[in-house]
Design a protein around this ligand. Structure first.
Ligand code: GLA
Length: 380
């Protein structure tokens, strides 16, 4: 089936006509650089083939109508003029927030009907909300004939999440969804906003990167993400720097409370690991980033304290099964682990993780191979 046909079909079934266009925005895997984005640091995500499709048409009544094949709820029908932060709850807050943010920025966004279809699970740490926002942003720009630069669209999609839906995330996920290139990871310097595509060719190096959905679900809105962010800001403030990005050495003992010291140590060491990983990828040595991935996990588990038992067991078992490196990916407290392995040992990695879960009586993990894919765009 041609990409976008399923979303167009869903639109046609719902409205008895074809949409004017279909836009796709992918989810992402963050290869390394976790909880560094809102500290103005470095991140290195890549786009997945899976994501959210928005099938959309213009309408003339200054209303935005949103329905999702997965949500199975009544469509949200929202007059554009009534949109304000907090006015919409649930999944529709993300696309409605994008319409709001674009209008707030002065872009003439008129009414639209959008039917969403996704092949990306929610809560798996793969940025389904950013994919929803970015597919909306492209659809609204496309329908209204607006040529907004992609980094600006990413910032508006983030604003929707921060200010409209009220979740204080960084800029990584929206940037990944809009700016990634196939076969590459995206190095983003969250202080300067500079991006560059870093080759991440797995097949040529006989490697696979497997995403292990630990089946534990989390929500960034549950307060723990925001608490980490606050702690980082407190640490930076206490050390007299605008953000933890300005530090390259861990603070000396006694400069911060033990908790803040651990948080800062994670962010500082993680920024260094991102740059080391980029160096290895640029030297065409993708297999050698394995130990950096594992060190990132240890730091997220022990210093940042956002790991969860199913992630720790998956990482440990993947390594025991022969993985070159493994780590949790995303905001933490649930979602997915990634494991990098030589193609020849991938079966043994999967078997080790599945076996470790079975031994504990846990719901079996789900495995998918992740292929660094293209960023968002119009598909129909
Ligand atoms: C979530 C947020 C991102 C980032 C990661 C952690 O995915 O949306 O902005 O902070 O968590 O690295």
């Amino acid at each position: 089936m041609t990409e976008g046909n399923a979303a167009a079909g869903w639109f046609a079934v719902s409205y008895g006509r074809q949409p004017e266009g279909v836009w796709h925005a992918p989810g992402r895997v963050n290869l390394i650089g976790e909880h560094t984005d809102y500290n103005e640091g470095f991140v290195l995500p890549f786009a997945l083939p899976r994501g959210v499709q928005a099938a959309a048409s213009q309408r003339s009544d200054e209303v935005i109508e949103l329905r999702s094949r997965q949500a199975r709820t009544q469509p949200a029908i929202l007059p554009l003029a009534t949109l304000k932060p907090g006015s919409v709850t649930g999944w529709a807050a993300y696309p409605a927030g994008v319409a709001w943010a674009m209008r707030e920025a002065g872009h003439p966004v008129a009414g639209a009907t959008i039917a969403f279809d996704a092949d990306l699970e929610q809560g798996a740490g793969l940025s389904s909300s950013a994919a929803l926002e970015c597919s909306t942003a492209l659809a609204l720009a496309g329908l209204n004939g607006l040529s907004v630069p992609l980094p600006e669209l990413a910032a508006l999609a983030r604003r929707a999440e921060n200010d409209f839906a009220g979740i204080p995330t960084g800029i990584m996920d929206q940037s990944a969804s809009l700016l990634c290139q196939a076969g590459h990871a995206l190095l983003l310097d969250c202080r300067s906003g500079q991006t560059s595509a870093v080759p991440f060719g797995l097949a040529a190096a006989h490697l696979l990167l497997v995403v292990i959905d630990t089946r534990v679900r989390r929500a960034l809105s549950d307060g723990r993400y925001a608490a980490r962010r606050r702690e980082c800001e407190e640490a930076a403030h206490a050390l007299g720097v605008p953000s933890l990005r300005y530090l390259t050495q861990s603070p000396q003992a006694g400069q911060l409370s033990p908790v803040l010291e651990h948080r800062a140590r994670h962010v500082i060491s993680e920024n260094a690991r991102v740059l080391q990983a980029v160096g290895l990828l640029r030297e065409s040595q993708p297999g050698r980033i394995g130990p950096l991935l594992t060190a990132s996990h240890t730091s997220l588990r022990d210093d940042f304290e956002i790991s969860w038992p199913q992630a720790d067991v998956a990482v440990e078992a993947a390594l025991a099964g022969g993985a070159l490196g493994a780590r949790m990916t995303g905001g933490g407290f649930g979602g997915s682990v990634i494991a990098l392995a030589e193609t020849a040992s991938i079966d043994s990695v999967r078997a080790a993780v599945a076996g470790a879960y079975a031994a504990r009586g846990w719901e079996p993990p789900l495995f998918t191979d992740a292929l660094p894919s293209a960023g968002a765009g119009r598909v129909r």
